[in-house]
Ligand binder design. Structure first.
Ligand code: ATR
Length: 269
């Protein structure tokens, strides 16, 4: 029987999920479809109901639906509950089960690119939005003991810091805070195509620090270019996108997919 899958969002044209999951279905000879389905927030519940009626077995969830889908799920896993967002849904007997694989994607990409890091060295997270929540959760779960968050809107940083028991630094002091930092992560939308650049001078960052930008369009953001010039090891955002798809594909097909260079190239086209 054909496995019907999709990704939902609004807008949805930008999503790379269909490319990833179709690639794996073809590679592992799994008969199925994966398409992008735009669901207008004004008709959200109706849109989800239609997916169930049409026999979908699962879907990825992207902006702006990651929180809104939660009350429609019969159950969500602990990670999704703590992060407060669902990015993967499995449908069984008409019921929705939500999970969140963003934190897994973030940490797998870090480990794969940078290996084992000193968990007691300072990590700075730029941003306090939905992406930052998954990143902070992942870092804490992975055992990082010294995580500092900084965000333009301080109240958002304070709320996230309180929830995850981490420190806050004022946005205007972000360059000073780079001293003694082992890992710098950008979770803001700054540097993304169509968005303003992230302003940060890396002079205070030691050369052995790692710089990770979860933005993948462009792949080489100005932050990463500057980090490279500064001799820092960099981690690009493409890996997070690919790794977050792995547990989703596993849940839907029972098959553990591998990430190969052809897939990464397809995504970046
Ligand atoms: P996401 O779910 O992708 O994280 P979001 O919740 O809209 O998206 O968060 C975007 C992040 O980028 C926030 O940390 C935001 O800062 P604010 O909380 O102050 O809005 C940050 N961001 C976006 N534009 C910014 C800008 N011009 N300067 C500084 N930070 C910016």
């Amino acid at each position: 029987m054909t496995l019907k899958l999709c990704v939902i969002g609004y807008p949805i044209r930008q999503s790379k999920s269909p490319i990833i999951h179709r690639y794996w279905m073809q590679k592992y000879k799994i008969e199925g479809t994966h398409e992008a389905v735009e669901i207008n927030p004004d008709n959200f519940e109706k849109g989800i109901k239609r997916l169930v009626e049409e026999g979908y077995r699962g879907f990825n969830v992207t902006v702006p639906h990651k929180e809104r889908i939660i009350p429609l799920c019969s159950d969500i896993d602990d990670t999704a509950r703590t992060i407060g967002a669902v990015n993967t849904v499995t449908i069984e007997d008409g019921k929705l089960y939500g999970s969140n694989t963003d934190a897994y994607g973030f940490i797998q990409n870090l480990q794969n690119s940078a290996g084992d890091l000193d968990k007691d060295r300072k990590v700075i997270v730029l941003g306090a939005g939905g992406a930052a929540r998954a990143v902070v959760y992942a870092l804490k779960k992975d055992g990082f003991t010294n995580v500092v968050i900084t965000n333009r809107t301080k109240t958002r940083a304070d709320a996230l810091a309180k929830e995850f028991s981490i420190d806050v630094c004022p946005w205007d002091d972000r360059e000073l805070e780079l001293q003694n930092t082992g890992l710098l992560v950008n979770t803001t939308s700054l540097g993304m195509v169509g968005e303003p650049e992230l302003e940060i001078d890396l002079s205070n960052l030691s050369q052995d620090a790692i710089v990770y930008d979860i933005v993948y369009k462009p792949l080489m953001t100005n932050l990463l270019k500057n980090a490279k010039n500064n001799q820092n090891q960099i981690v690009t955002g493409i890996g997070m996108l690919l790794y977050q798809a792995v547990p989703a594909f596993e849940k839907w097909t029972g098959r553990s997919p591998s990430i190969d260079p052809t897939l990464a190239e397809l995504i970046l086209e």
